[in-house]
Design a protein around this ligand. Structure first.
Ligand SMILES: NC(=O)c1ccc[n+]([C@@H]2O[C@H](COP(=O)([O-])OP(=O)(O)OC[C@H]3O[C@@H](n4cnc5c(N)ncnc54)[C@H](OP(=O)(O)O)[C@@H]3O)[C@@H](O)[C@H]2O)c1
Length: 192
């Protein structure tokens, strides 16, 4: 379902893709909503309207899912979409953190009347939890426009500056890292 367009930024070495945005079914859902076939739509109207700035950045009624949307960068992305009319589902393991985010920025605090921020607890390292999330989402939505794969952790990060002291100091620093920490980071930031 989520496949056709992918944007990836790599600000950190361990985070394989900090933001992976897959927009996909957007165009499909657009056509589902309208009965005119694609060919006749192209023939009968100019596409100029799409390029007007108010349409170019229009996300009203989009369905957006943001992992790690309860805090930090994910929350800022959630605010950006919801304040422009999108229905934003924020995921995280801590329900209280998600609810705090909604309390602080959602509901009638949003400046766009169509905007929504909805908390949905989910652990992206657990298939069962993801399935449960999908079931809950599917009860409200028929498609997803944007998935922001933002959730991530940082555990046992070494101070690479130790390398300025000596190669041995850097070696000791790296050797002290625990393989379980690397496992957790990989499971969340890469597999999740
Ligand atoms: N801030 C930076 O300078 C920086 C630099 C490079 C890359 N990044 C990356 O950018 C992303 C956001 O960073 P941030 O600074 O906004 O960090 P943050 O505030 O710690 O946000 C990370 C979010 O991910 C969620 N999360 C972690 N593990 C999860 C799991 N297993 N399932 C579901 N949600 C999970 C956390 O919620 P719960 O704990 O409730 O699950 C939290 O809301 C991360 O992927 C981070 O690695 C950040």
């Amino acid at each position: 379902m989520l496949a056709s367009f992918k944007l990836t930024f790599r600000p950190s070495s361990l985070r394989a893709s900090t933001f992976v945005l897959y927009t996909t079914t957007r165009s499909q859902s657009f056509f589902y909503k309208r009965s005119k076939p694609l060919a006749s739509r192209i023939m009968s109207s100019s596409s100029n309207n799409k390029f007007a700035v108010q349409n170019l950045f229009n996300v009203q009624d989009w369905v957006v899912v943001i992992s790690g949307g309860g805090t930090g960068i994910g929350l800022m992305i959630a605010q950006a979409f919801a304040n422009n009319g999108a229905r934003v589902y924020i995921l995280g393991r801590r329900e209280d953190a998600l609810c705090r985010a909604v309390e602080a920025h959602g509901g009638d605090k949003l400046v766009h009347p169509s905007g929504k921020i909805v908390p949905l607890p989910c652990d992206i390292t657990s298939k069962e939890s993801i399935e449960n999330f999908i079931r809950q989402l599917a009860a409200h939505e028929r498609h997803v426009d944007v998935l922001v794969n933002n959730a991530g952790i940082s555990q046992g990060t070494s101070a690479v500056e130790k390398g300025d002291e000596s190669p041995e100091a850097l070696s000791r620093e790296l050797w002290e890292e625990k393989s379980e920490d690397w496992g957790h980071v990989y499971k969340t930031n890469v597999m999740g």
